[in-house]
Design a protein around this ligand. Structure first.
Ligand code: APR
Length: 249
């Protein structure tokens, strides 16, 4: 009985541990040297703790962004919309581009869910509102705020991978369209290259009407170009050590 109780307790404890966000946050953060991760955690928490989880505005994360600002990496910043897997497979294998999820804040919070509760100083990882349950939820507000700051740091030639297999590769409701594109400013940003990732049964091409909207939204002075690249070519390129940055498309 003692053993059963002990192992049950241990099991529950471990399971509870698994759902805790702080150890995950800190261990992911420590992989980036030269940061005060406890300070960054405190700035993160203050955004949503003790708040109604549907009333966390985007600005609540201003102190977090200030505590871990994005570096401007000219000519290396890669944006994406509905191409998460292919993009991160690429950036993992080749050290050419930086996405939001390769930065400290982006990598620390990628894939996590969190929220607070009024009258509590805890962080919860279950029972939190989903992305579309209410607009001002802690997770969605964070990604909107981080995406805005990441796009504001954009400089030089910027690349975006869009999905050529969906009806609207540049969708107005996406973070890329609604938050990021608006923040690219000439002459700091000089070029935008759309890499339109195509599959065998691709529906969209560089002539897609939504891409005309993208051109229209771009700050004047930013050069635009678009290239259709099969997904298989991107995958082959990321796995080929003999191909250097910039020659994949
Ligand atoms: N439900 C849950 N998560 C969502 C939803 C949703 N309805 N919509 C977006 N997300 C989250 C998911 O984490 C998803 O992987 O946003 C991510 C990106 O969504 P996409 O629609 O694929 O693309 P987009 O909205 O354009 O955001 C990607 O924003 O994160 C930044 O710099 C990054 O350029 C990139 C862009």
């Amino acid at each position: 009985l003692v053993i059963t109780v002990l192992s049950l307790g241990l099991g529950l404890g471990l399971r509870r541990e698994k759902h805790q966000i702080k150890p995950v946050f800190l261990s992911r953060c420590e992989k980036f040297s030269g940061n005060n991760c406890q300070k960054i955690w405190d700035a993160f928490q203050q955004a949503y703790v003790n708040q109604d989880p549907c009333k966390v505005p985007v600005e609540a994360y201003d102190p977090l962004i200030a505590a871990a600002p994005f570096k401007s990496e000219c000519n290396r910043m890669l944006f994406w919309s509905k191409t998460k897997d292919v993009v991160h497979d690429f950036t993992e294998k080749k050290d050419c581009f930086i996405t939001l999820e390769d930065t400290l804040l982006g990598s620390v919070l990628d894939g996590l869910t969190w929220c607070g509760k009024e009258g509590s100083s805890d962080t919860f990882t279950t029972g939190c509102p989903g992305w579309t349950d209410c607009e001002n939820n802690p997770v969605r507000s964070f990604w909107n705020r981080a995406s805005a700051a990441f796009a504001e740091a954009a400089c030089g030639a910027v690349t975006v991978m869009l999905n050529g297999s969906i009806a609207t590769p540049f969708h107005p409701a996406s973070i890329f369209a609604s938050v990021e594109v608006k923040r690219f400013k000439a002459p700091i940003v000089t070029n935008l290259t759309v890499v339109l990732v195509t599959e065998k049964h691709n529906v969209a091409r560089c002539t897609d009407p939504s891409l005309k909207d993208l051109r229209k939204e771009l700050d004047k002075g930013i050069q635009y170009n678009c290239k259709e690249v099969p997904r298989s070519e991107i995958e082959a390129c990321s796995s080929n050590p003999n191909i250097t940055c910039g020659t994949c498309w």
